[in-house]
Design a protein around this ligand. Structure first.
Ligand SMILES: [Fe+2]
Length: 194
């Protein structure tokens, strides 16, 4: 199975909210609701939501013990909250060591925080002809770190580079249950090293 297949499967199996206790989710959703209702432009919204996620970062126990185990086949997406009206969604991702997304970008702003482990992010940009990707930077995000970004310039790939299972929380400015994921496009293009 290629990385694309693996991630596609993960997106298609975006697991719906259930009735499990989600400690910290209600407070976080309220804080994000207050920001999103201000209808700022995307970059500013991402920065403001990131500040709220830092303030209200949940523990890994926002997932059940079973969900925190992950899946040997692919990283798993658990949809925890869709705001009524679809203004934002909160999704937890669980990654076994070495699991990786394909290179992709997003339909909307995104804020993410690492609840457990280390996630390594590589950032790319399209060359002028749109025929290959140029490496544009990288970040190692450890437990407790929060970042926010908005298109354009959001082409990236994320990998669990730690020795244990990684868990991260993602907030997207759309109803991801309607479109199946937050992804605008997957990029199956050659990568040119920086
Ligand atoms: Fe992403």
């Amino acid at each position: 199975m290629s990385a694309n297949d693996a991630a596609g499967q993960s997106d298609l199996t975006l697991l719906a909210p259930d009735s499990s206790p989600r400690p910290g989710l209600g407070e976080l959703a309220s804080a994000v609701r207050a920001i999103v209702s201000e209808r700022a432009e995307w970059q500013q919204t991402a920065q403001l939501v990131a500040a709220e996620l830092r303030r209200h970062l949940p523990s890994p126990e926002i997932l059940t013990a079973e969900q925190r185990v992950g899946d040997p086949e692919t990283y798993k997406s658990h949809l925890l909250h869709v705001e009524p009206g679809g203004a934002f969604s909160i999704v937890a991702l669980v990654w076994r060591p070495g699991q990786v997304t394909p290179i992709h970008d997003h339909v909307t702003w995104c804020v993410f925080g690492v609840l457990q482990g280390v996630e390594y992010e590589e950032i790319f940009r399209l060359d002028e002809q749109g025929e290959c990707l140029l490496q544009a930077g990288d970040n190692s995000n450890v437990t407790g770190e929060v970042s926010g970004f908005a298109p354009p310039g959001d082409i990236h790939r994320v990998r669990n580079v730690g020795e244990g299972t990684a868990i991260s929380l993602h907030i997207y400015g759309t109803d991801v249950s309607r479109i199946g994921s937050s992804v605008r496009r997957y990029y199956d293009l050659p990568v040119v090293p920086a």
